[in-house]
Design a protein around this ligand. Sequence first.
Ligand code: NAP
Length: 290
Amino acid sequence: MITGKTKLLGVIGYPVEHSLSPVMHNAAIAHLGLDYVYVPFPIEPQNLEVAIQGFATIGVVGFNITIPHKKSILSLLSEILPIAKAVGAVNTVSRQDNKWIGTNTDIEGFLAPLRTTYNQDWSQTTAVILGNGGAARAVVAGCAELGCDKIFVVGRNAQKLEEFRKSWDNSQQLQNLHVHTWDFLPNLIPQANLLVNTTPIGMYPKLEESPLSVEEMANLPAVAIAYDLIYTPNPTKFLKQAQQVGVIVIDGLEMLVQQGAAALKIWSQQDTVPVDVMRQALRQHLGLNQ
Ligand code: NAP
């Protein structure tokens, strides 16, 4: 029950109506019996600064950030933890000692299903990442943390790709990062042990599209993982093709759950949060079988 003491959490974005975060966070909050509520806040880009000031005034305890604010929020924070600095994007903010502290839990979210289900030595792995947007930055950082041998990022805009590559110039861990335009992708597929789709191709309204053809997918190494960050539809066409050619598939739902769980741990200052409850709430909401 919401009372005068209930603390506010939420997600800011524009648009934000589609966000599934309220579903999983409010399920976990109810399960833990915490006096919090998690609300979606649609904030247009030009209103971001005044919204964050308002959040401080009304005592918001923490919030997530989604498109288009993940980068623009940086200049409005008192402190940015090193992991978020490295990625250049913040997805989780908490209020501590009257300061806004930003971090990034997308990397932890991306890595969780790779580490738990397919724990292995990654030092011989070639990662091929499709897309060079915000989520690709967390994936690149995650692949570096795994210790992948080579990391290739494939995009459609040569200038953006070059800026993307340059932004990691100071990272010792990312000397093995290469960028290519889409026409080079067929050369990379045969060595892609880990192929990650970070583009929205396959999401509504492009449900029948995939970033590559099934013939291209068939050229993956015999032991490979195809990972789609998209969580709805589930599976995407990309993952159906991957299943068809017999490689391991991972969808974006677990990343969503795990980045949320990591954020809730920060806000609630608890070491454990009910990840199963969060996952189940999402699956039920999406009409997926347990
Ligand atoms: P973003 O910053 O807008 O980046 C999207 C990237 O995809 C950009 O590099 C863009 O290219 C590229 N792209 C878009 N349409 C394309 C097309 N038709 N052909 C080729 N490339 C295309 O978005 P984001 O935040 O990275 O999110 C990307 C996807 O990841 C979304 O589907 C999102 O739902 C998903 N995601 C999932 C999770 C999770 O927890 N599972 C977390 C974050 C994101 P340009 O740069 O050239 O425009």
